[in-house]
Ligand binder design. Structure first.
Ligand SMILES: *Cc1c(COP(=O)(O)O)cnc(C)c1O
Length: 373
């Protein structure tokens, strides 16, 4: 059994993928070829934003908006400690300071009440200037954007939606990546919409921000690439990856539907044995991961492994406890919910083509480990 079966997907659209790759080989525009523009238009239309910018990875899709907002030393950026390292890494890379805020015990997303308290504390301490917020749509479910955007308005902060796991999700009827000032997603192969390498995209309605990010994407270019008006990066998406993504988009909406079916089946068979994911009634998750809680997680993982069923732990260490962030001075106990979840959570196989029989087998193995001591 596979954790994510990319082959099953490829089998459906192999012809279209080859056809699209062949077009790129024929026209030879490997850098910023016509597929980039086509994909940006297609995905901006899908997401419902005015602008989309294809970039080299999900990490760069987070970095470039921060650069455009001129985030730097002395700035505080508020985010969750329960996420992939990239979310906080880009803040640190620019010399700004990540300020962590604990998560909700049910959705595992940033807790808006605690977010506001952290902003007020930072203002009172007077050492850092609050500048922005990076909520993460963990496992594919959007964070609480109405509450977060309200807080951002009140304190004059920007909101950068880390939707690396959320592409295809819905928040109150609006597509993921369009729920804040600017949205970032990743096309890493295992993400809901994955390419065959690294890639990402940035979404916004803000014309000024868009123009700056387009410049940052190619070394801070001005009127042409040999005029540089700011410091940028080499942050382009490859034409070949755009061609592959265009082929995958033809079945993407259907795949999001299939993921709902798989998630519903999991809920039914797993409810007696683990804490199943909680999704708010107005949310549709993209189900990047199907993550459950069990107090004897490691035993469950071993039992599954013996049966040839792969698992993963997202995330075993809260970011405030990572060695790379030692200098921030956090200690164990600072974010108790994130820390507790890290000890009980694990993810099981999840993809649109997962068979009901496999899901039942996974549940029966998990059921062999009692929840009590
Ligand atoms: C995957 C991921 C990223 C980084 O995306 P890459 O394309 O691997 O650079 C950032 N944030 C979150 C929450 C992710 O899951």
């Amino acid at each position: 059994m596979q954790f994510i079966d990319l082959q099953a997907q490829q089998n459906r659209i192999r012809g279209k993928i080859e056809e699209n790759i062949k077009k790129v080989l024929d026209h030879g525009k490997y850098i910023m070829g016509p597929e980039i523009d086509a994909l940006e238009k297609r995905l901006a239309g899908f997401v419902g934003t005015t602008y989309a910018i294809g970039v080299s990875s999900g990490t760069d899709a987070l970095l470039m908006p921060l650069m455009a907002y001129e985030v730097g030393p002395g700035d505080a950026i508020f985010t969750t400690p329960f996420t992939f390292i990239a979310t906080a890494e880009v803040i640190q890379l620019l010399g700004a300071t990540p300020v962590f805020v604990d998560i909700q015990p049910d959705t595992f997303n940033i807790e808006p009440g605690k977010l506001e308290a952290a902003i007020q504390r930072t203002i009172k301490e007077g050492k850092l200037k609050p500048k922005g917020i990076i909520p993460v749509d963990i496992f594919g479910q959007a964070a609480d954007y109405d509450e977060i955007n309200d807080i951002a308005r009140q304190y004059d902060l920007f909101v950068l939606q880390d939707a690396a796991q959320g592409f295809g999700a819905l928040y109150k009827g609006r597509k993921s990546c369009s729920n804040a000032h600017v949205g970032a997603t990743s096309f890493f192969p295992a993400k809901p919409l994955g390419c065959y390498g690294d890639g990402g995209m940035i979404f916004t309605d803000d014309r000024k921000l868009y123009d700056i990010m387009v410049s940052i994407r190619v070394h801070g270019q001005g009127k042409d690439k040999y005029q540089n008006v700011r410091i940028g990066v080499n942050g382009r998406l490859d034409t070949l990856q755009a061609a592959i993504l265009l082929a995958k988009m033809e079945i993407f909406e259907e795949e999001i539907e299939l993921r709902q079916t798989v998630a519903r089946r999991y809920r039914e068979v797993l409810k007696p044995y683990v804490t199943v994911p909680f999704v708010r009634e107005y949310n549709v998750s993209a189900w990047a991961q199907y993550s459950v809680l069990h107090p004897r997680r490691d035993e469950v993982i071993n039992a599954l492994k013996k049966e040839g069923i792969p698992t993963a732990v997202y995330y075993p260490i809260s970011l405030h406890m990572q060695e790379a962030f030692t200098h921030l001075g956090y200690k164990k106990g600072d974010f108790p919910i994130s820390e507790k979840v890290s000890t009980e959570i694990f993810s099981i196989p999840m993809h649109p083509y997962l068979a009901a029989a496999d899901q039942e087998r996974i549940a029966s193995v998990i059921g062999t480990v009692p929840r009590g001591a």
